[in-house]
Write a protein that binds this ligand. Structure first.
Ligand SMILES: [Zn+2]
Ligand SMILES: [Zn+2]
Ligand SMILES: [Zn+2]
Length: 170
């Protein structure tokens, strides 16, 4: 962020904080490029993170790359296990597996439209559908976890929304 932008950022931050009495909800500006109506977000409880992350694979991956400096690409070739720094978690894993792991922290579930089975990962749902003849043509219904909520991105003109107490991080 250049100086002018960061001054503007802290001004807006102060205005929102004064209006609401709590810190604004911080989201990645990148989210706006992919959502023109509504996005479901959840607080990121990664060590020292003060942002909210969009509850979807692609955006979680970008968030981990841009804000936590982790190369989440499955083909990154990194075989070294790294720690998950989510509050209360002590898991280690390859960086390429971290995005899906993060989604389990965000509490999102894939519910089978046929048997209502609840799966914690999209790949687990696909396996479920393959393994159960009756669920072959089932669809996954996404259910969001506690603490998730919707932000209307249509009102984030200029990168912030006074009505929702939201600010975008460039
Ligand atoms: Zn974070
Ligand atoms: Zn974890
Ligand atoms: Zn099923």
């Amino acid at each position: 962020m250049d100086t002018e932008r960061s001054t503007q950022f802290s001004m807006v931050h102060d205005i929102l904080h004064e209006q609401y009495g709590v810190d604004p909800i911080l989201i990645d500006q990148e989210i706006l490029r992919h959502h023109n109506a509504e996005v479901i977000v959840h607080p990121c409880k990664w060590e020292n993170c003060t942002m909210h992350v969009a509850v979807e694979h692609k955006q979680v991956s970008k968030h981990l790359q841009h804000h936590h400096h982790i190369n989440t690409s499955a083909t990154s070739g990194g075989t070294e296990q790294i720690p998950c720094l989510w509050t209360g978690c002590s898991a280690y894993m390859k960086p390429g597996n971290l995005t899906r792991h993060m989604l389990t922290h965000l509490g999102v579930r894939w519910i089978c439209s046929n048997c209502e089975g609840s799966l914690s990962r999209d790949d687990a749902f696909r396996r479920h559908a393959l393994e159960r003849p009756n669920c072959q043509h089932a669809k996954a219904v996404i259910k969001y976890g506690n603490g998730s909520f919707a932000i209307d991105t249509a009102y984030l003109n200029g990168g912030w929304s006074a009505t929702q107490n939201v600010m975008c991080i460039p």
